[in-house]
Design a protein around this ligand. Structure first.
Ligand code: UT7
Length: 325
């Protein structure tokens, strides 16, 4: 048994191809789909996204983020005894992207599996890893969020295709005598499947149903702000803390308006909000560890800071993790 788990290193990786709103709008215009930089910035805060090349997979992005996190933690791949990848865009139907990533790291033997909770995937994966570290199943875990959402976008649907991008983020989570992860709070409500889903599946060697993302943006928006506040408050209560203890709010990077709405409900000043959505759009399960890594490397987030991580997404799923960095 270990008393706590603690993040000892962070890493991230964006594929090199960066597409600005203006560039995307020009590409879409060529196929008769109308949008603009002004609309995207005003409604979402997004200015650019990164798209992986066709031969690049989720595990390729994830392994780069993982290597960066291991380097920051001063650990080698051989130190890792658990790998969890949060993703909705796995390399294959099976095996998991985590096992493929494990092989790319040049290691074998440790437990490796994927967690599928869409944009809440990273807070789900971090909570599972924390539990496994505290019960002694692991000492040095890699928790990764990695996505190639560009593969599941309908570029004929302007209400969704301008929102998402590809990327990966990772943390090394180690056993520790001091906290660490303080509390977490996870939820799901499957009756909302229809408002955000990729309904297609593989059936008898063919794609059965629509294999592209569809979303009722307004329904997601309304649900998101409410549940993010509830999850944050529940997590603070479990840890015996209040909003005043939060140094940084690091929410899922989907839409600046949702993030600002959540910060406002928690009465947090906007300068405590970590925002990177402008640079990479919604990268689903990758967005929280990506934002965390950017905030750490820029010197914003420092050792000892108290962080509230929050995810919300398809399922509907949502949750929060409070931690001392
Ligand atoms: O990771 C999980 C997360 N998903 C989210 O967090 C998404 C949550 N939802 C949202 O972020 C917002 O609902 C959107 C950004 C998706 C949409 O913003 P909105 O303020 O709710 O816009 P809307 O859906 O009410 O659409 C307003 C107008 C419509 O035109 P009319 O009917 O008023 O003429 C849309 O057709 O904007 C139009 N529109 C666009 N115009 C230019 C929708 N998409 C676009 C576009 N470019 N890309």
């Amino acid at each position: 048994m270990n008393k706590y788990s603690r993040i000892t290193g962070t890493g991230s990786f964006l594929p090199p191809k960066r597409v600005t709103n203006a560039e995307l709008a020009a590409q879409l215009a060529a196929t008769g789909v109308e949008t603009s930089d002004e609309w995207i910035v005003e409604r979402t805060g997004i200015r650019a996204r990164h798209f992986a090349e066709p031969e690049v997979s989720t595990s390729d992005l994830g392994v780069q983020a993982a290597r960066n996190a291991l380097e920051a933690a001063g650990r080698k791949p051989s130190d890792v005894d658990l790998i969890i990848v949060a993703t909705s865009t796995p390399d294959m139907v099976f095996p998991s992207s985590a096992t493929i990533l494990q092989n790319k790291l040049g290691i074998a033997g440790c437990a490796a599996f994927d967690v599928q909770a869409v944009c809440s995937g990273f807070v789900y994966a971090l909570t599972v890893a924390d539990a496994m570290v505290r019960t002694g199943s692991a000492k040095c875990a890699l928790v990764i969020g990695a996505e190639v959402f560009s593969r599941i976008l309908d570029f004929g649907d302007r209400t969704t295709c301008v929102l998402f991008g590809d990327g990966a983020g990772a943390v090394v989570l180690e056993a520790s005598d001091t906290p660490g992860i303080l509390a977490s709070d996870l939820h799901a409500d499957g009756k909302h499947v229809e408002i955000l889903c990729v309904p297609g599946t593989v059936f008898g060697g063919k794609v059965h149903g629509n294999p592209l993302l569809r979303m009722d943006g307004q329904a997601v928006f309304k649900l998101a702000v409410g549940v993010l506040e509830e999850a944050a408050r529940a997590t603070l209560a479990k840890a015996g803390k209040t909003e005043a203890d939060i140094d940084w709010l690091i929410p899922h990077q989907a839409n600046i308006r949702i993030m600002q709405g959540t910060a406002k409900k928690l009465k947090l000043p906007m300068d405590k909000l970590v925002v990177t959505v402008d640079q990479h759009g919604n990268t689903s399960a990758a967005s929280i560890p990506l934002a965390l890594d950017v905030a750490v490397r820029s010197g914003k987030v420092r050792k000892g800071d108290t962080l509230m991580l929050e995810g919300v997404g398809g399922g509907f799923t949502w949750g929060a993790v409070l931690l001392d960095f």
